[in-house]
Design a protein. Sequence first.
Length: 67
Amino acid sequence: MRIRLWRWEIELHQRALYITRQPDPACPTCAGHGGIDTTWGPELCDCWDPAGIRLPLWRRRREVVPF
């Protein structure tokens, strides 16, 4: 299940919320695509960081070794 609020995307997946920020559509460098083509290959624009935040909703049970 995904919810998108302007540049923020919130996804519920396997007992955790994943929050990521999408590229800025008004960015003069990448025009909202998130990447820039350079002579060395594609690079990420400064307006976008694809690594998001993971918020666990509840902890997993720990298995205890019986001996």
